[in-house]
Design a binder for this molecule. Structure first.
Ligand code: G
Ligand code: G
Ligand code: MN
Ligand code: NA
Length: 254
């Protein structure tokens, strides 16, 4: 069978799973949430990362179903964590361009929140720049509906896309996530350091929180602290792990 045919069966066969990577709030001094990262336990090929199948899912028209599954699983997991001794933990979910632009995102989010009983403030949606810039008017409408529900909205991979600053101000956003390609070069490339500094300052001007992703070294962390970054995420604080692994890690560091 083709990979596409396999993917069509993956949800029903229970082959999709989520790994979770913590993000740390500098002021709180502890993990305040975890990003859900999709994995497919393929019966023959083993554990596959989204790079191997998200595009295929979009082409095959399966991305809405998968995205809906991810939202339900992530909200359910966050609700479970919050009931099991980590009441402050949020979950962040990556939203695909296809689901955002022509799909059922608003209703899928509403139904995942209702089914899980998770507070909307504990769900963060990560949306890339190119996704929101595809159709700005429609994006503002979608983001407004999500914001009115109380969900937290972030721009993922910020700095790699082409968002116009004037639009950025019109989107009802809560935070920017600095793309890890810039964070990686802290201490290496002064131009990329300047970009990180500029994004942090831009976020502050727009009254948005700013997260640095891909933080791997204490040198990078020191720079980010000095520049006033609000949240950090990366291998320095934890790799993506199973839900049990995440719970264990967070309970150790809280
Ligand atoms: O760990 P990692 O290999 O999971 O992630 C690779 C890429 O896949 C990242 O760009 C990430 O945003 C994306 N990704 C991870 N999980 C999901 C998901 O549930 N849905 C979508 N659409 N993308 C995801
Ligand atoms: O595009 P998005 O930000 O959703 O991508 C998340 C991806 O980044 C996942 O594949 C995750 O495994 C990866 N990632 C998270 N932290 C680090 C890090 O510190 N270093 C590297 N190289 N990759 C990371
Ligand atoms: Mn992300
Ligand atoms: Na990112």
């Amino acid at each position: 069978p083709s990979l596409e045919a396999d993917l069509g069966q993956a949800i029903a066969r229970g082959e999709l799973t989520l790994h979770y990577q913590p993000y740390v709030d500098i002021a709180a001094g502890r993990p305040v949430g975890a990003e859900a990262l999709l994995r497919w336990c393929h019966p023959r090929l083993g554990l596959l990362a989204p790079d191997c199948f998200v595009q295929l899912a979009e082409e095959a028209g399966l991305i809405d179903d998968i995205g809906t599954w991810v939202l339900h699983a992530a909200c359910h997991q966050a609700r479970t964590w919050r009931q099991r001794g980590i009441p402050h933990l949020s979950v962040a979910v990556n939203v695909s361009a296809a689901q955002f632009n022509k799909g059922n995102l608003v209703s899928a989010v509403a139904s995942a929140l209702a089914a899980s009983g998770l507070e909307p403030q504990a769900l963060e949606l990560e949306i890339t720049e190119s996704t929101v810039m595809h159709d700005v008017q429609a994006a503002i409408g979608t983001l407004r509906k999500l914001k009115d529900m109380g969900v937290v909205l972030s721009v993922d991979d910020f700095g790699t896309g082409y968002s116009s600053l004037s639009y950025l101000k019109r989107f009802p956003l809560d935070s920017l996530k600095v793309d890890r390609s810039f964070v990686q070069d802290i201490g290496v490339d002064p131009d990329h350091e300047s970009i990180v500094r500029a994004i942090i300052n831009l976020a502050k001007t727009l009254k948005l929180k700013v997260t640095a992703e891909g933080v791997e070294s204490t040198e990078q962390l020191r720079f980010l602290l000095h520049e006033g970054c609000d949240r950090v995420q990366g291998y320095l604080f934890g790799r993506p792990v199973t839900s049990e692994g995440l719970e264990h890690l967070v309970k150790q560091r809280s």
